[in-house]
Design a protein around this ligand. Structure first.
Ligand SMILES: [Zn+2]
Length: 303
């Protein structure tokens, strides 16, 4: 049983959530509407925030956005939709099953590296500064990954959990992870695709595959290797989207893909793309990728 987003939208009223947060008493009620200054950004415009009680929708005219009760919990708690729905279950007093509560949480990292997104190595791999900024990657001059391209890795809830450092010359290892980092328990980029609104998510091996696909408008996650672990499998199965397996076109990739197919088949909508010999998703051109994965879905708002 997956998380039921619609049930939360149906059964959990915005009024109830505002009450839980102690924000209800400051709002004016007139008929089926609440209005007042916005409890999210805490501005002083007395009519910025509006709630339609019968539609169970809210809206802030300033810049907090609006939408369903899930969107409200997202902005109040600064969490992604998955965590917001889990909190919604909490408010309703409904217990979560194991699958519903799965949210792999690493220890949040207590610092941030300062990184330069405008880097020659990245340009050589066709990663422009804007794409680098979107993923928070860049050249690390000082710090734990100095002399490398540092790639921030987040847990499923979006907390920064670690940096991986990609060598930019022939330094070994090619990818440096923090000592003891549980790579097999993490699916890279999962926290972002949860709210992408796309109905397909590609599953690839490496970070740079994810960056390249993103430039083609395709959201993807990376296993940071060619084999799908049990933990990674559980996390993929918790997604709502169809999975598109696209591993590297080499022996390890093919073997990994066969295993992943048998692990996921029948449990999740699945599509498989076999790449030619020695080709990785990263090598494919943007227009070719767009043709390969036309079903990017309509990132529609929940309002
Ligand atoms: Zn606001």
């Amino acid at each position: 049983m997956k998380l039921d987003y619609d049930r939360i939208k149906r059964e959990l009223s915005i009024e109830r959530v505002l009450q839980e947060y102690g924000m209800l008493q400051d709002l004016k009620r007139s008929g089926p509407k609440l209005s007042g200054s916005c409890p999210v950004h805490k501005g002083d415009n007395p009519s910025a925030f509006n709630v339609s009680l019968d539609k169970n929708l809210w809206n802030c005219f300033t810049n907090c956005g609006g939408g369903s009760v899930i969107d409200l919990i997202m902005v109040l708690e600064r969490v992604n939709s998955r965590v917001a729905v889990q909190l919604g279950y909490d408010f309703l007093g409904i217990e979560l099953t194991n699958e519903q509560s799965s949210i792999y949480s690493l220890k949040p990292l207590p610092f941030n590296l300062t990184l330069d997104p405008d880097n020659e190595y990245l340009r050589q791999r066709y990663i422009d500064p804007n794409t680098a900024r979107e993923f928070g990657i860049g050249y690390c001059k000082n710090g734990i990954m100095s002399g490398r391209i540092a790639i921030p890795i987040h847990d499923m809830a979006g907390n920064l959990a670690a940096y991986c450092g990609r060598a930019i010359n022939n330094t070994q290892p090619k990818y440096r992870f923090p000592r003891g980092f549980p790579k097999s328990k993490v699916v890279y980029n999962l926290n972002r695709v949860i709210d992408s609104g796309y109905d397909e998510v590609a599953v690839v091996e490496g970070f740079f595959d994810v960056f390249t696909l993103h430039k083609a408008g395709i959201e993807s996650v990376a296993l940071m290797g060619s084999s799908l672990s049990q933990d990674q499998k559980k996390q993929l199965l918790s997604l709502e989207q169809r999975l598109v397996l696209m591993f590297d076109g080499d022996q390890a990739g093919r073997r990994g893909m066969e295993k992943a197919i048998s692990a996921l088949q029948g449990k999740q909508p699945l599509k498989v793309i076999y790449l030619p010999e020695n080709v990785q998703p990263e090598h494919l051109g943007i227009s070719y990728l767009k043709e390969l994965l036309p079903n990017r879905g309509n990132a529609e708002m929940s309002i």
